[in-house]
Design a protein around this ligand. Structure first.
Ligand code: GTP
Ligand code: SPV
Ligand code: MN
Length: 606
């Protein structure tokens, strides 16, 4: 981090390195935003959508090579390789800086360097952090204005807060004299670097203009760097939504959920319950900063101020509140465009259009055989446009957390919901979470199950073993009666035909209800080898479009499947090495013993 006094010197030094044509300090005003958008439209980089259909909204189309986070080009440059751990790409900080400086040298030629002062977290929160991002991308500026609290007020706050995380970003496409610009300039993949210097609390990003690679407040600051600060200071930075759940009697509880990228956080955070009388309101859809107060309980804030949500699959059917949020003043990236100038993607409502412009700006018709929108197409929209935003979403004191959900895409083995036996058993659950890889990062493993502890695999800024220990340590500062209960959910179980067993979306409220009642202590559960499971009659499935035995299938413990799972967790735990907390090995062993005992019982009964 740097001090307020160091700000001007740092900006000057970075400008000398990157050599922009000019430097512009963003004030965050509407006029500034309009000017930037006009520039982008005039250059052909942004497409204004039909103002009668989608007022104040614009579409962008990225280079086909720059469509998602690049995990294999993301680096944690700690002094010791050991501190980055087995799940991160490590780079020696000095050498990495030398390499990147060569790339940054003159990289902003012919462009403007924008200075973006931004706040992560509500003004006045004890946890809020200031960042200053330097970027040569107007697209980044207008997105940061939605996703963070950006502008003049932040510089004012910096005078007293005095510390900021310096974030340098360049798309890596300098313009020499008379050189034509591209519509989405970026650097080739092996020149892309998303680098984090945990000791200095410094972020250097080069070569990509997309999402988490470029909007540095989000994954880089609010997760990777914040997770390091949180470990040092005794709090937690997590890849979690925050929702407010209210029962028909008007009692509210706040729930966190850690699901990997493109596994349902935005959807759950703003869902419309299909259970009469129940209400879900949104506090955050992607990131939670969590700390313990003197009462031994956990509280959370959402450090962001907007949603960078997956567009594909979003419809009035699946997520009406997201659809209402994006009716105006929204930025769309890599969606398809209808002939009347509106947006379209696979899974949106209505009949399939016969003609579109696809995300590559090419003519598209259903016979083309390729998706019209990119699977990682996104919308950027202010949280304030969400019709179910909870009134306390900006409470600087945070909200009191009653339950933490973990989960991912698991076609088999993992039941619809099960509850941890204790905090440390819950940490075990989070540690071994697995999920099918999605299109949110560029990968050749899409669809394969990988372990993704607490959905933080690509976002932990240090050693995964130390991260898991930190979870256990947080628990030790309090006791299980005061801590949130931990639940493992799986909306993605499939039947033998590959169809989802559980209808999901608004129907997930039926599981939230059980979780709520567990927190209240008003519903019983079955103790099983893997944790507490709902009795079948405790999940209200009235009116659900489900096969007769589906619920039973969703709520059984597949002993054989779980024993295989245990073997696979052992291999994965080995890969973590010496830093894996002993306590988690014990939880694994105990779970294995309970399962073997169960297996014997089953065999005896055969
Ligand atoms: P990131 O923004 O990448 O962190 O993703 P996210 O976790 O917010 O995921 P999101 O809510 O955007 O959902 C991603 C995809 O999962 C979308 O295509 C959804 O339609 C789908 N999805 C969400 N919830 C459910 C569910 O309950 N069941 C099923 N089958 N699909 C779901
Ligand atoms: C994710 O991948 O988890 C996202 C999108 O939320 S991005 O901002 O690109 O990281
Ligand atoms: Mn995310």
């Amino acid at each position: 981090m740097l001090s307020y006094q160091a700000l001007e010197g740092w900006v000057k030094e970075m400008a000398e390195l990157c050599q922009p044509e000019e430097i512009y300090w963003c004030d965050g005003t509407e006029e500034e935003n309009i000017k930037l958008i006009k520039k982008l439209v005039d250059l052909g980089k942004a497409l204004e959508l039909n103002p009668t259909k989608r007022p104040g909204s614009y579409a962008f189309f990225s280079d086909p090579s720059d469509v998602a986070r690049v995990e294999n080009r993301t680096f944690i440059a700690s002094d010791l390789e050991e501190d980055a751990g087995p799940t991160n790409n490590w780079a020696e900080p000095k050498a990495l800086k030398e390499t990147m400086k060569k790339l940054y040298f003159g990289s902003m030629k012919g462009r403007t360097m924008y200075v973006i002062p931004f706040m992560m977290g509500p003004f006045g929160s004890p946890l809020s952090k200031i960042g200053i991002q330097l970027t040569d991308s107007e697209y980044v500026v207008i997105n940061m204005r939605i996703m963070t609290r950006m502008g003049r007020d932040v510089l004012k706050a910096l005078e007293t807060q005095n510390q900021f995380v310096p974030c340098l970003h360049s798309i890596g496409y300098p313009l020499e004299k008379d050189q034509m610009d591209l519509l989405w300039p970026s650097a080739p993949i092996d020149h892309k670097y998303i680098s984090h210097f945990p000791k200095e609390k410094l972020i250097w990003s080069y070569g990509s203009g997309y999402g988490g690679n470029a909007l540095l407040g989000k994954k880089c600051l609010a997760l990777r760097i914040a997770s390091v600060i949180a470990k040092e200071e005794g709090w937690m930075a997590e890849h979690m939504l925050i929702l407010k759940l209210t029962n028909p009697e008007g009692i509210s509880k706040y729930v966190l959920a850690a699901f990997p990228s493109a596994c349902g956080k935005t959807n759950l955070a703003m869902m419309v319950p299909t259970l009469p009388g129940w209400k879900v309101e949104t506090i955050g859809d992607d990131i939670a900063w969590i700390w313990m107060k003197d009462d031994g309980r956990l509280y959370a804030i959402n450090p962001e101020s907007g949603f960078f949500g997956v567009a594909k699959g979003t419809s009035y059917q699946s997520n009406p509140n997201a659809m209402m949020s994006i009716r105006k003043d929204t930025i769309f990236t890599n969606v398809a465009i209808t002939d009347d100038g509106d947006v379209w993607w696979e899974g949106i409502d209505g009949p399939m259009p016969q003609h579109l412009m696809d995300w590559k700006r090419e003519d598209w018709s259903p016979t083309k055989g390729t998706p019209a929108a990119h699977p990682n197409c996104r919308f950027t929209v202010s949280a304030k446009q969400c019709p179910v935003l909870a009134e306390e979403w900006e409470n600087p004191e945070g909200v009191l957390i009653s339950a933490i959900l973990v989960g991912g895409r698991r076609p088999s083995t993992i039941p619809l919901v099960h509850e941890a036996l204790s905090w440390s058993h819950g940490v075990f659950m989070g540690s071994m979470m697995g999920s099918e890889v999605t299109a949110a990062a560029i990968s050749d493993q899409i669809g394969q199950v990988r372990r993704d502890p607490f959905a933080m695999l690509p976002f932990i800024g240090y050693h995964v073993g130390d991260y898991l220990r930190h979870w256990l340590d947080m628990g030790k500062k309090s006791n299980d009666a005061l801590l949130p209960k931990i639940f493992y959910v799986n909306w993605f179980r499939k039947d033998e035909h590959g169809d989802f067993l559980w209808p999901g979306f608004g129907h997930n409220s039926r599981v939230l209800k059980w979780i709520f009642e567990r927190c209240e202590g008003t519903v019983s559960a079955d103790a099983t080898p893997i944790g507490y499971l709902p009795k079948e009659e405790s999940i209200d499935v009235r009116g659900l479009p489900m096969k007769a035995d589906a619920l039973a299938q969703l709520l059984t413990v597949d002993t054989t499947g779980w024993l295989n799972e245990i073997e696979s967790i052992k291999v994965y735990y080995q890969s973590i090495g010496d830093k894996l907390p002993e306590r988690l090995k014990q939880e694994l062993e105990k779970q294995e013993q309970r399962l073997m005992f169960e297996k014997e019982k089953e065999e005896r009964n055969l």
